[in-house]
Design a protein around this ligand. Structure first.
Ligand code: GLA
Length: 405
C-alpha cells in the first residue's frame, strides 16, 4: 500500500511531528470519544544491501526508519472491525468483522490489518473481540519502503497489547510474512517485516535468512547521511515479476541440487557457483542465480567493511549491487538506473543503488553532508529532464521497531 500524510519540506525531510496528535483527534471525529484509545507506531525500512537474497537463504542488511505508520486503536465489545486511514480519506470508514476475514480486492489497504488478524488466529492466537483502528502514515506514496509491512507489524503489536498475547517481536515479523504470503498472495521473503519489527535506532540488521540468526551493526556515517530518492514510478507489474524471479531462482536451485548438496543458493560461494553453474540449463536462470549468490557474498563483505570503518568499500559494494540487479537480475528499469547513474556522477556520493523489490520505488545513497544540496539539485534536474516528471528526496534516519506512544 502507499501512504503519504505530510509532504516533505524543501530539504527533503518527512515531517513526523504531530502524527500522534493528528491520529487521536481524527479518531475522535471518526469513531467518537477518545476514551480507551492508544496510539502505536511501526516503522518502514530501507535495505542498505542484500537485495533479492531473502528468499534464497542469503543475507540482508536493512534498517528501520523513523518514518512509518501510526495507529490509534480501541478494543470493541463485539466482533466488528472498523478501519479508517488518513492516507485514504476518500474511502471513509471500512467495516468488516472477525468472522469475515477474507482477502477482497475492494477492501484495499484494510486487507493488511485483516490479514494480520487472520494470521494471528492461524498461529493459535484467536482474536476475541473486534476493534476500531485509525492509521496515519508518513512513508512516501508507493515508495517501496515497506508501508505494508509496517501496517502488518503495527497491527500485530496492537493485537498483542489489546488482548495480552505473548508474542515476541520476531514472531510478529514471521506472522506478518505469513499474512502477506497466505492472505495477500505476495510471495515475499522475511526482510521487510523483520526490519520493521526488530529495528534499532542507529543500527542496521545483518540477518541470515537461512536460519534467522542476526546481529545489529551500527551505521556510523561520519559527515554523511542516508538519502532516499523516490522515482515516483508506479510499481505496476511488480508483484507478478517478483513472483517470477522467485520461481526462476527455485528452478535454478533444483538444477544445482542435481550436482551439489545445497539447501539454498545462499549456501554457495562465488567460486562454487562458477564450478557448478553449467548444471543450470537456461542462460537467464544462470544470471538470476548468479545475482543471488554474488549479492549474498557482497552483503557479507559489505558488513565486514562497515565494521572495519571502510565506508568507501561499503559504497563500492552498494554500486556493484546495483549493477548486478540491473544486468543479471533485471529488476531496475530506466527510472531507477537514471537515479543511480546520476548519483554516481555527484562528488561526495559514497555509494548508490536501488533498494527493495525494484521495478520502480526508491534508491538509497550514502552522501556526504556537504554534498546533499548538490545531490538533490543535480540528480533531481537530470531525472526530470530524462524521465519527464520529478523524483522526491528524503534524508532519513534509522529508528526503532514498534512502540506504544
Ligand atoms: C520486497 C520483499 C522482500 C525482499 C525485497 C527484495 O521488499 O518484500 O522480502 O525480497 O523485495 O530484496
Amino acid at each position: 500500500m502507499g501512504s503519504l500524510a505530510e509532504a516533505p519540506d524543501g530539504k527533503g525531510w518527512v515531517m513526523a511531528e504531530n502524527m500522534k496528535e493528528l491520529a487521536l483527534k481524527k479518531f475522535e471525529e471518526v469513531f467518537g470519544g477518545a476514551q480507551g484509545v492508544n496510539v502505536y507506531f511501526a516503522p518502514g525500512r530501507v535495505n542498505m544491501i542484500g537485495e533479492h537474497t531473502d528468499y534464497n537463504g542469503g543475507h540482508v542488511f536493512p534498517c528501520a526508519l523513523t518514518i512509518g505508520t501510526y495507529g490509534a486503536a480501541r478494543k470493541r465489545e463485539d466482533g466488528k472491525l472498523r478501519f479508517y486511514s488518513m492516507n485514504f480519506e476518500h474511502l471513509g470508514v471500512m467495516e468488516s468483522s472477525l468472522d469475515e476475514l477474507k482477502m477482497e480486492k475492494e477492501a484495499g489497504w484494510t486487507n493488511y490489518p485483516k490479514g494480520m488478524i487472520w494470521a494471528f488466529g492461524e498461529k493459535g492466537y484467536q482474536v476475541p473481540f473486534g476493534m476500531d483502528l485509525l492509521l496515519n502514515g508518513n512513508i512516501p506514496n508507493g515508495s517501496g519502503l515497506s508501508s505494508s509491512a509496517s501496517v502488518e507489524v503495527l497491527t500485530g503489536f496492537i493485537l498483542k497489547d489489546l488482548f495480552g498475547f505473548e508474542v515476541t517481536n520476531q514472531e510478529l515479523a514471521l506472522i506478518g510474512q505469513y499474512a502477506e504470503n497466505k492472505f495477500n498472495g505476495v510471495n515475499c521473503g522475511i526482510m521487510d517485516q523483520f526490519a520493521s519489527a526488530m529495528g534499532k535506532k542507529g543500527r542496521a540488521i545483518f540477518l541470515d535468512t537461512a536460519d534467522l540468526s542476526f546481529e545489529y551493526a551500527p551505521i556510523q556515517l561520519e559527515n554523511a547521511k542516508i538519502v532516499i530518492s523516490c522515482s515516483n514510478k508506479k510499481r505496476g507489474l511488480a508483484d507478478s515479476k517478483y513472483n517470477e524471479r522467485r520461481s526462476e531462482c527455485e528452478t535454478a536451485l533444483a538444477e544445482l541440487q542435481e550436482v551439489v548438496g545445497i539447501r539454498n543458493l545462499g549456501d554457495l560461494t562465488q567460486e562454487q557457483f562458477e564450478q557448478y553453474k553449467a548444471a543450470i540449463k537456461d542462460e537467464v536462470r544462470v544470471k538470476r542465480a548468479k545475482h543471488a549468490v554474488y549479492e549474498n557474498q557482497r552483503t557479507i563483505q559489505a558488513v565486514e567493511a562497515l565494521k572495519a570503518n571502510k565506508i568507501e568499500l561499503f559504497g563500492k559494494l552498494m554500486n556493484e549491487s546495483h549493477i548486478s540487479l540491473q544486468y543479471d537480475y533485471e529488476v531496475t528499469g530506466v527510472e531507477l538506473d537514471t537515479l543511480v547513474e546520476e548519483a554516481w556522477k555527484v562528488d561526495g556520493v559514497i555509494g548508490s543503488r536501488m533498494t527493495g523489490a525494484g521495478f520502480g520505488g526508491c534508491t538509497v545513497s550514502i552522501v556526504k553532508d556537504d554534498a546533499i544540496d548538490a545531490f538533490i539539485e543535480q540528480v533531481g534536474k537530470a531525472y526530470q529532464k530524462k524521465i519527464g516528471y520529478d523524483a522526491d528526496f528524503y534524508v532519513v534516519e534509522i529508528g526503532d521497531g514498534p512502540s506504544k506512544l
